[in-house]
Design a protein around this ligand. Sequence first.
Ligand SMILES: C[S@@+](CC[C@H](N)C(=O)[O-])C[C@H]1O[C@@H](n2cnc3c(N)ncnc32)[C@H](O)[C@@H]1O
Length: 309
Amino acid sequence: MTITQINPKIGLASRLVNTILAIEPLAKFAKTRARNMMIKRAESIGVPWRENVKKLGDRNWEREIAAVENRQLQYPDYYLTSFHAYETGNLSWKAAWEVESAAYAVHAKIWSEGDIQGDSQLRQSYHQILQEQLKIEPDSILDLGCGVGMSSFALQEIYPQAEITGVDLSPYFLAVAKYRAREKAKPVNWVHAAAESTGLPSASFDLVSACLMFHELPQTAAKEILIEARRLLRPGGYFAIMDMNPRSLIFQKMPPFVLTLLKSTEPYLDQYFTLDIKSALIEAGFSNPNITVNSPRHRTIVTRVIGKL
Ligand SMILES: C[S@@+](CC[C@H](N)C(=O)[O-])C[C@H]1O[C@@H](n2cnc3c(N)ncnc32)[C@H](O)[C@@H]1O
């Protein structure tokens, strides 16, 4: 189903939630509550959250972090804030060790009452759209905001011939990605950089994919990343974004309490929900962005580069 893009206003309930979250103790309470609910949900669907974290926490990460970290990197200010109930956001080992279990928990109820397969179903629904809409088999793929590699490895499965590069701002996430990649047949090139200035060569990718990254961005950064994606793509290449669908009735009708918990862990959600992504893509030099609903709460945008830079 293709949807029309209109710019949803921040509703009354959402503004009320913002007022609540501006009060520090209430924000803290909401974050703790959101986090505990996530751990409980993960363990109820058979994800051994605490055991997974302990296993990862018990190993020595010096080799992986040294291999991926760019110590000269200047982090953008918006990234140095609390995300997902971690005070230092994505810049911590704890976040890196927990993120995979968290993804299973967050995606468990997309299609059912709670199922560990929800996460892989979500990625499959995205890839089905890619396979239907891309008129090429990409040989070089860039995964922006690759995290611990879940989206990169999923892309590797459907495009096994492709060279894959994963970019992320968290060296902790990239270290875990590098560790997880040891079981894979083909290496991934992990790059510690901001998606808005990757330092990678122009016109060097057939597909740039951003899976579940844009909801973590303020609008200024989101727009800069669209321009960077345009620069990195070859003529005829594709840019694809899969993320929450601001038009989904699930978000529009979300009870204020649940919305409070969600917003307490996602600082730029209002900016993401109100970005006119179609216009921003066209302004960045893309043409005819196509938006397709791929889950009850996610959408996929696919757009192609026509002509040279
Ligand atoms: C929700 S995670 C998604 C991870 C992965 N793509 C997946 O599908 O599981 C969002 C990721 O985007 C990264 N990120 C956020 N802003 C970024 C930026 N400006 N540049 C690079 N990575 C960024 C975060 O560090 C995090 O790893």
